[in-house]
Design a binder for this molecule. Structure first.
Ligand code: MD3
Ligand code: FE
Length: 210
């Protein structure tokens, strides 16, 4: 299994300081069996913000801890609040993918224990936000884009900047750390291009150390 991803793109593009893009590092086909297994155990669901609004995209998790939003706040929890069971385990292939992508960009001991899985349908967006619920901000976040394309928006240190935009396609992997760890970012899918297998669905895996 150690060569599942290593023959692919080992040449990251540094988009802005400490944000790296590996185009086509993997693809949906390599991960589909594991994704289907996780989603069968913990189906995508819409969560609610502390303010009572439904999030725009549906989500699930795998790994020892899963990120949830609920009226009491944002938390990492060991159990799926819908089924009351532990989140599905993180598939070995997912862990290897995240570790290899991190190592290529100089994060040598990344060992994620949480994977948030976002599901987008065309037109669904993720508004500008920071990821700051993780205790150790020296650890990077690795994100894997699968399925239909999306426009990723990098705002920088406030959500009021005009964002830098970049189109992400099936198999693209982003690695964020160090000075970029707390930047504001968002996602738009109104101009998405369909994927041969997933059609107008996008799945994004974000690997985190919590
Ligand atoms: C920049 N997901 O789940 S992944 C998220 O495509 C999230 O579903 C988006 O933002 C998606 O929180 C974008 C890229 C990403 C993930 C984490 C980051 C960018 C990040 C953490 C810090 C800075
Ligand atoms: Fe985020």
């Amino acid at each position: 299994m150690s060569d599942l991803f290593s023959d692919l793109n080992n040449d990251p593009l540094e988009l802005i300081q400490d944000v790296y893009l590996l185009r086509g590092f993997t693809d949906y086909h390599k991960l589909s069996t594991d994704i289907e297994s996780v989603i069968k155990q913990a189906p995508f669901r819409f969560m609610y913000t502390p303010g009572g609004k439904r999030l725009n995209i549906s989500m699930s998790n795998c790994g020892d801890l899963g990120w949830i939003s609920e009226t009491s706040g944002y938390h990492y929890v060991k159990h799926d609040p819908t089924s009351h069971r532990p989140w599905p385990g993180m598939p070995a292939k997912f862990r290897l993918l995240a570790k290899q992508a991190a190592a290529i960009t100089g994060f040598n001991n990344f060992s994620p224990n949480a994977c948030l899985i976002n599901h987008y349908q065309q037109g669904q967006q993720l508004a500008a936000h920071q990821d700051k619920n993780e205790p150790d901000l020296t650890q990077p976040i690795v994100s894997v884009s699968l399925g239909m394309s999306a426009r990723f928006q990098i705002y920088g240190d406030t959500r009021h900047n005009k964002p830098q935009e970049i189109e992400l396609y099936d198999g693209d992997v982003l690695i964020w750390g160090r000075s970029a760890r707390l930047i504001y970012h968002g996602v738009k899918t109104n101009c998405a291009i369909p994927h041969p297998e997933l059609g107008l669905h996008r799945i994004n895996l974000t690997f985190r150390k919590v």
